[in-house]
Structures are given as structure tokens and as C-alpha cells.
Ligand binder design. Structure first.
Ligand SMILES: Cc1cc2nc3c(=O)[nH]c(=O)nc-3n(C[C@H](O)[C@H](O)[C@H](O)COP(=O)(O)O)c2cc1C
Length: 226
């Protein structure tokens, strides 16, 4: 069998959203299809290890934000390359909440659906769901497809992901460095050079406290590298 022939099936790309106990979760999906009109029935396929899938099993409802060609690669990296088990993904994007489900503000259409049936396969779970709401269709915008993803967009997503991870690393290193520097800083008398190194924090000393060496007040002390 030529597995690549299946690449010719055209799928869009969507950010799937759901409400966990006390936060919103989500993932990037392509396996969504409308299979009936009146009632509007869609099928969504989620990988069995997806946290969003587990959440939908509990809540029974989910949101879909339809991605357009204008989508930043960062958005796909955020929802597709990491799990809601570790990250609050919706904190990293501009979101809007409607009826307690999250949507990407920039989506070219927004859909809310309720699960009516579930079918479990070895790797995936299929949710058959009825559309409860569909809104904010931005006519004129073009959908981003899985085909686009495979043909060039994926490399941009990988670069965006790597640069975010690098930025996080640098930020963590800076925070660590500033903590260490801060720990090394001491209050020093600008008149005689006495270094305050007692257990009581300098800030908690009474306002009439004076330098034990030269007798000047607290106001003449400076926080300096010791
Ligand atoms: C282009 C692309 C398409 C994807 N399509 C699906 C999909 O249709 N269903 C699915 O469950 N996961 C899909 N994934 C994988 C999930 O987005 C990914 O495993 C995510 O980390 C799951 O997050 P979660 O654990 O928070 O649910 C896709 C990922 C990418 C990058």
C-alpha cells in the first residue's frame, strides 16, 4: 500500500479546545470532518494519549478554532508540540471564551460541538459530535490545510518551537543568574564601608538604627555586590 497516497485527502487544521476541572486545555488536530447536514454532525479523531481527548471524555463538549493561512507557526507549535499535561497552552495565545469553551481570537471560524457517540480504536478515539454553535466565519480568508503543513509550513513551525524553547532557556538562565547576584548583594555603609551581615533583614531594622562603626543612619547604606 502507498501510505503517501493518503496525503491527497485534504484536511484542515484546527485548534481543539476543552474545559478541564479548573483550566482550559487544547491540542492541534487535523482529523475533523463534517459528515452530515441537518443535523450537523462532525467526526473528530483524537490520539488516545492526548490530554485534551481525556478531558473531552469527561466534559462531553469541545470547541474548534479553524486556522487560516494567516496563522502564526507559533500557534501550531504551542498546541501541537506539547501536552496540556505540562503547559497551559491557552495562556500563550489571544483567546476568547464563549459558553465556557476557549477559541483562538484569530480563527477564521469557531465551532462548538457536543459528543453523541464515541468509538475507541487501538491508537485513536473517534468522537461523533453534533454542532451546537458555529460563528464568526471570516469570509474571504483561506483555511490552512494539512497539505500546507506538509509542504513547507512544518519547517516554520519547528523553527518557531525551537526559538521559543531557546528563549525560555535564556530567561530561566537570566532568572537564576539574577537570583545568585541578588543573594550576593549586601547593604554597605557608604561612609565607612561597613558591610551589614546580620540575621535580621536590613529592611526590618528600626529607622533609628545606626552604623555600628561610624554612626550614620540607614539612609546612607547602599545595596552593593559584597
Ligand atoms: C499538524 C498536526 C496535526 C495533528 N493532528 C492531530 C489529530 O488529528 N488528532 C490528535 O489527537 N492529535 C493530533 N496532533 C497531535 C497533537 O496536537 C499533540 O499530540 C498534542 O501535543 C496533544 O496535546 P494534549 O496532550 O494537550 O491533548 C497533530 C499535531 C500536528 C503538529
Amino acid at each position: 500500500m502507498e501510505e503517501t497516497a493518503l496525503f491527497a485527502l485534504s484536511n484542515g487544521l484546527y485548534v481543539l479546545g476543552a474545559k478541564d476541572k479548573d483550566r482550559y486545555v487544547g491540542s492541534l488536530v487535523d482529523a475533523v470532518s463534517q459528515v452530515s447536514i441537518g443535523p450537523n454532525i462532525i467526526i473528530l479523531s483524537c490520539m488516545n494519549n492526548s490530554y485534551t481527548k481525556q478531558t473531552i471524555e469527561q466534559s462531553g463538549v469541545f470547541s474548534l478554532s479553524v486556522l487560516s493561512q494567516k496563522t502564526e507557526p507559533q500557534v501550531i507549535a504551542n498546541f501541537g508540540f506539547q501536552s496540556s499535561r505540562d503547559v497551559n497552552k491557552w495562556d500563550n495565545v489571544v483567546k476568547e471564551i464563549k459558553d465556557d469553551l476557549p477559541y483562538l481570537q484569530t480563527a477564521m471560524a469557531k465551532i462548538r460541538a457536543r459528543v453523541v457517540k464515541k468509538e475507541v480504536f487501538p491508537n485513536n478515539t473517534l468522537f461523533i459530535a453534533e454542532v451546537e454553535d458555529a460563528f464568526e466565519y471570516k469570509k474571504g480568508e483561506e483555511p490552512l490545510t494539512y497539505y500546507d503543513y506538509r509542504n513547507g509550513f512544518k519547517e516554520k513551525v519547528i523553527m518557531a518551537y525551537q526559538s521559543t524553547k531557546m528563549e525560555e532557556k535564556v530567561q530561566r538562565a537570566n532568572e537564576e543568574a539574577s537570583k545568585t547576584t541578588h543573594n550576593k548583594k549586601k547593604w554597605v555603609c557608604t561612609v565607612c564601608g561597613y558591610v551589614y551581615d546580620e540575621d535580621v533583614p536590613f529592611e526590618d531594622l528600626p529607622s533609628d538604627w545606626v552604623c555600628p562603626l561610624c554612626g550614620v543612619g540607614k539612609e546612607l547604606f547602599e545595596l552593593r555586590e559584597a
